[in-house]
Design a binder for this molecule. Sequence first.
Ligand code: G3I
Length: 305
Amino acid sequence: ATTLAGAAQESGRYYGTAVAAGRLSDSTYVGILNREFDMVTAENEMKLDATEPNQNQFTFTNADRIVNHAIGQGKRVRGHTLAWHSQQPGWMQRMEGSALRQAMLNHITRVATYYRGKIYAWDVVNEAFEDGSSGARRNSNLQRTGNDWIEAAFRAARSADPGAKLCYNDYNTDNWSHAKTQAVYRMVQDFKSRGVPIDCVGFQAHFNSGNPVPSNYHTTLQNFANLGVDVQITELDIEGSGTTQADQYRGVTQACLAVTRCTGITVWGIRDTDSWRASGTPLLFDGSGNKKPAYHAVLAALGGT
Ligand code: G3I
């Protein structure tokens, strides 16, 4: 295979990217998207502030541009995200308690129902754990509605779209020895033991010099998979350049390939200039759309040429 998606498919996996609706008129961008990737995540367009800007008024225009483009090109879609402390619309930011719990469940039901049958996997809940050594839940208005808010979110998503895989998604959960990784692991273990509907765990994988790819990455992915869930690398980017960056991308690719239940990898953007990182060069294509050494390392690791 000569593309990322083609090579990933050889082992039954996918290779995806985040897509911004505003870039779908850029022919270089769309050319690379259509050629290289077979899974699409909306970078911002399916988030709470985008889809429910006013309470009970749902807007899917920009999200649909991405979903329709993906499906029209034979690609699948990861839904991102149904419940998150960040990028909430103003009305939700000001809510607490049972009213917020009800609004969250309504949001999940309405959005997941609208896209029912079109989504491979939903990031049902995003970034619900604290950074650092506490292993605690992140304090947020959603968390303050009660510790069971995450399982309530998963149950609502399952009812609305029984065919979608339901994921918990977070960052800084790559290193097996970190408290946050352990805390998420215990939650997934608890959900599986009590029959809370969870199918997958997403590892965002935003790496840089302060947060490098850990040497135990494969262990982390395998330990989660052993709980009986799929694992996916959902927002990969790695700061750096040249062979150093290429080596890290190769390592992440190999870690996923070594875990049977690691079903795919998504990079968080196409060209360096499309990245959410204001400066830096964390992606697989340069600003002109040329393949970087990191691209060739990933393609080769996937078995392509
Ligand atoms: O929509 C406004 C637009 O109207 C305005 O003109 C423009 C001016 O700056 O801002 C636009 O909103 C920005 C939006 O991206 C769309 O470009 C927001 O300010 C900006 O905060 C937002 O950043 C996004 C970020 O999530 C917000 O949390 C990034 O694009 C997006 O890549 C990033 O993605 C997150 C994942 O969802 C979760 N994991 C971490 C990841 C990286 O931060």
